[in-house]
Design a protein around this ligand. Structure first.
Ligand SMILES: *Cc1c(COP(=O)(O)O)cnc(C)c1O
Length: 383
């Protein structure tokens, strides 16, 4: 951890950067090569081995951001998640998983893992004591997502890491919603931290990527299968991701402030029935969130008052775009039931508490007054 004592923006900008000794360029040079002289350096540089110059540079930055010893970069968030899971789960093993997780992860565990003889039990994140009840003799991993997508459920990280350590399990968290700016699960003892870097790390809705951060020991274990799965990110996109992360501290600070303002405004609005945001005192896990998060991030979910149509509301928005994905500099909104969580099915959505009318708003970094004005005019149009 080379940059332990530096501030978040300094780490975002400088940590890990490559120095161009020939020309003195201000940014890391890009090495596109897939082939290197085996007589120099350590001799085995190859993109699929996760060890090329740009991968090493970005891994250093991400490790410093997450306060971990090591990191790996993948071609998508799902590649990071599945590589982390497959490193620790074998045929006959069992995993304890939070119910309210990303739709793709849910699908992977319920369908693909079942084909390989890996079983799972879901735990309602609002009943945190239930995690220990589900652990069996063949359980190897506890997997959580906090805050979760799209209901922003917050899980007590100290509780999860203590439970995992006491039962000799590997704890894995999807930290995408928080970003490394707002939450560093390794500081609370969680073993493996995964991100869809497509979200706040990339931040501009133009990069698909994923990351894993953990100890060197766990990194080596994940690496030993990941180098065969071969889900690496291209060197060019790695270089672009390094550039994006330079502004992540600034961007996330603005996402936090805008979202807190809008969440409080929505909660006080007569046409809004329910608001989910960890920064609100009314949020079920606000006290836990305050303990383990430095900011509450940019995603809010809410429901309109009875009689107001959520589809029509999205249609009426002018600045906020109706769009999949989230965490870009631009504000976007969607209905999880019709998009991100359509594949999990109606019954599973019901178990997760995702109604057909729930709206997920990803608050961008526009001027907050313009966003409030847009929401106001859209409510007036549909009333
Ligand atoms: C988007 C997302 C993923 C999947 O990431 P991709 O980069 O699309 O593969 C996983 N977890 C969470 C919480 C996400 O938001």
């Amino acid at each position: 951890m080379s940059d332990k004592v530096k501030g978040i923006n300094t780490v975002c900008i400088h940590s890990g950067e490559l120095h161009d000794l020939e020309y003195g360029s201000a940014v890391s040079p890009l090495y596109m090569a897939t082939s290197y002289d085996y007589q120099v350096k350590s001799g085995d540089l190859y993109p699929r081995y996760f060890n090329t110059p740009n991968q090493q540079a970005l891994c250093q930055k991400i490790s410093d951001l997450e306060h971990c010893e090591a990191s790996l970069i993948f071609g998508s968030g799902m590649a990071a998640i599945t590589n982390a899971l497959m490193a620790f789960l074998h045929s006959g093993d069992h995993i304890v998983v939070q119910t309210s997780i990303y739709g793709g992860t849910y699908h992977f565990l319920t369908e693909l893992c079942a084909h390989y003889g890996i079983s799972h039990d879901f735990v309602d994140g609002s009943d945190q004591k239930a995690f220990s009840d589900k652990i069996k003799s063949n359980t190897k991993v506890i997997y959580i997502e906090s805050p979760s997508n799209p209901l922003l459920e917050v899980i007590d990280l100290n509780m999860i890491s203590a439970l995992a350590k006491s039962r000799d399990l590997v704890s894995i968290i999807d930290n995408t919603m928080a970003s490394p700016v707002n939450q560093n699960p390794a500081l609370f003892g969680v073993d493996v931290v995964v991100h869809s870097a497509t979200k706040y790390m990339g931040g501009h809705s133009d990069i698909l990527a994923g990351t894993i951060s953990c100890s060197k020991v766990h990194r080596d274990r994940i690496f030993s299968s990941a180098k065969m799965f071969g889900a690496n990110l291209s060197e060019y996109t790695i270089w672009l991701l390094e550039r994006s992360i330079k502004t992540m501290g600034l961007r996330v600070a603005c996402h936090n402030a805008n979202a807190q303002f809008i969440a409080e405004w929505l909660e006080a609005h007569p046409s809004i029935a329910k608001v989910h945001y960890p920064g609100l005192k009314s949020h079920a896990s606000h006290e836990i969130a305050k303990r383990q998060m430095k900011g509450f991030s940019g995603v809010i979910s809410f429901e309109l008052a009875a009689g107001l149509n959520a589809e029509q509301f999205l249609e009426a928005l002018r600045v906020i775009k109706r769009s999949l994905s989230f965490a870009g500099v631009e504000s976007t909104a969607l209905l999880p039931a019709a998009t991100s969580h359509s594949i999990v099915g109606e019954q599973a959505r019901k178990t997760m508490g995702i109604s057909d009318h729930l709206i997920r708003l990803s608050v961008g970094i526009e001027d907050v007054e313009d966003l409030i004005r847009d929401i106001t005019q859209a409510i007036n149009v549909i009333k």
